[in-house]
Design a protein around this ligand. Sequence first.
Ligand code: ARG
Length: 280
Amino acid sequence: MSSSWLVCLLALLVGVVALTQGLPLLEDLDEKSVPGGRIVGGYVTDIAQVPYQISLRYKGITTPENPYRHRCGGSIFNETTIVTAAHCIIGTVASQFKVVAGSNWRTGSDGVITNVKQIVMHEEYFSGAAYNNDIAILFVDPPLPLNNFTIKAIKLASEPPLEGTVSKISGWGTTSSAGSASNQLLAVDVPIVSNELCDQDYEDFGDETYRITSAMLCAGKRGVGGADACQGDSGGPLVVRDELHGVVSWGNKCALPNYPGVYANVAYLRPWIDAVLAGL
Ligand code: ARG
């Protein structure tokens, strides 16, 4: 009697933990889906399908004996320029990073490895709202050997995407802050959510600084959930029709039905990006 009560209590506890951790509750039966997968609800992809994706590897200043470890994603704009998130690089110096292009793996040393020479973070990052203007540009040297196959630049969007358009996000992130990271590159397809609806969704989240601004973009399966970016995907690409529209930025947990993923809005941030690229 008392032991069956214990079992019930345990099951309830596991359920509550699963919910609060935002674990994927729906798993589609697609052969390529990854049970408990990383990018949440995603599928295994190949770098040749997302050749603009890079892995940003990082080493702590006080732990020089450690290897460079995956910290964030990023996108190749041209052979010397990477677009990533401000929160990936804030409080760091360029020499703490390596950029790995053309690889399917989060760890390991295949693909092409280059150095970060200069970091330019958006000057208005976190001003006006939490995670506002979450974008940064990295200049790398030596230049990446673009090969039109596994290492390729992506165009930047100049117009925001239409609500409902399906976008593709990719990365080596986890299913939850507590989850383990994927060693293999994953992707997932998620529809764009309007800023208005997204702002309503986040109404009761965090303090009043957590607003959806025009410098942000949202994507997710509203009312359904189960498909999203997650920890470790930050800085990585949200792509619509071969153009970079978003940079993975933040969200309430991952893949919750009523909280879309939030991205830096590339089209909106274009004037800033263009100014940095022009060396202004
Ligand atoms: N901030 C996270 C990172 O540093 C990314 C969070 C994205 N979350 C989401 N639910 N889409 O990797």
